[in-house]
Write a protein that binds this ligand. Sequence first.
Ligand SMILES: Nc1nc2c(c(=O)[nH]1)N[C@H]1C(S)=C(S)[C@@H](COP(=O)(O)OP(=O)(O)OC[C@H]3O[C@@H](n4cnc5c(N)ncnc54)[C@H](O)[C@@H]3O)O[C@H]1N2
Ligand code: MOO
Length: 408
Amino acid sequence: MISVEEALARILAEIHPLNITHVPLADALGLILAEDVIAEEDIPPFDNSAMDGFALLSKDSRPRNGNPPRLRVTGGIAAGYIANHAVEEGSAMRIMTGAPVPPGADTVIQVELTRSDGPESEWVEILQEVAPGNNIRPAGEDMRTGQTALQRGTEIGPWEIGILATLGRANVPVIQRPRVAILSTGDEIVDVGEQLQPGKIRNSNGYLLEAAVRRAGAEAHRLGVARDSVESLREKLTEAISYDLIVTSGGVSVGDFDYVKDVMQEQGQMNFWRINMRPGKPVAFGRIGDVPLLGLPGNPVSSAVTFELFGLPLIRKLLGHSRLVKPQIDVIVEDDIHERAMRRHYVRANVEWRDGRFVARTTGNQGSHIMTSLLNANALLIVPEGGITFNAGDTAKAMMLNWPEVEI
Ligand SMILES: Nc1nc2c(c(=O)[nH]1)N[C@H]1C(S)=C(S)[C@@H](COP(=O)(O)OP(=O)(O)OC[C@H]3O[C@@H](n4cnc5c(N)ncnc54)[C@H](O)[C@@H]3O)O[C@H]1N2
Ligand code: MOO
């Protein structure tokens, strides 16, 4: 049996980011930018007003004999239009936020600091002196032509999408989103909509893993259930080799019908089998043809936990991320963990910030078939291998499942 760290290192050593492709901007969310994005124009593209008000010459705003200067209003400019004449001494133009500053004007005063006869007024009084450049957002103030606006390797979130849209990128160069095949195994498994017959259970892993794969940023494709025969497994895995990754659940232990390892050896190669942890000891990793296969255990909690520990970093590496794993923090355990396990134990727990520290409460029965132990779990408490126990009040490491990933 290998350690969790070695298993992860062996998986990541075999996995490389997928190829570059171009996707429509709206589909780029969560993907990694594959090339630097250089601004091809100034942003903003033209000097424009930051306020609704009047464009004028700053020197015309100086009080005259202690009175506010009165200027002629020669027209108006709405956002989206340009002025058809220049602002001259002694005059002003009405201007809206975002509208291009007309030639001649060197400043803008907001409407609240003026007095006029309403929207059609032919005059305006300037109630405060304004400096040149006031309320003018100069061209190129945000981004300059030739500037690297976004760097290759950046994860594209809503804000990056906004910047790409500003720069006119309708298509974005990204690392491909992995297509992941999800295969459940076992004669006992029926689909969720089917009637349960004696001895049968529903396919929770297929759906759980589909959701987890999607949340990790990949495309998930459930290929259904392989029956407990080498032929059925071969057939399903033949279908699966057009994908970027195959994730199976079940059939990796030592039972008479646990064929995943056999078929992996027959049609590819097995890199490792069995990790010194619980839940999830019998994890297997290797390839079918050239496609990586992560064989997770059938017990639902084992499958869920091992996906977080190995499936998530694997998919993130395919996606081109540099931060692959969930962070670990020190927490105070609030209840005893006295169950002695020789394997490293990942105990489902709820961690919260209370009175200036992180405290962890375990989620009850930790059997690998107890799906409800996953509910309210936002962390995995790490009980080191070798039969270590914890008393309430002790400090333990917790892997924070809902926090952003960090570098290893
Ligand atoms: N003699 C031994 N038996 C077992 C060992 C062992 O070391 N020696 N390890 C145990 C551990 S630990 C685990 S974990 C399981 C893993 O077994 P498999 O990965 O081969 O999984 P199966 O035997 O196919 O199924 C185990 C369990 O999970 C249920 N299951 C399977 N698929 C699904 C699904 N899609 N949805 C919901 N539930 C599923 C299945 O019915 C079984 O109850 O092996 C132990 N045995
Ligand atoms: O590996 Mo098993 O998950 O301990 O039940």
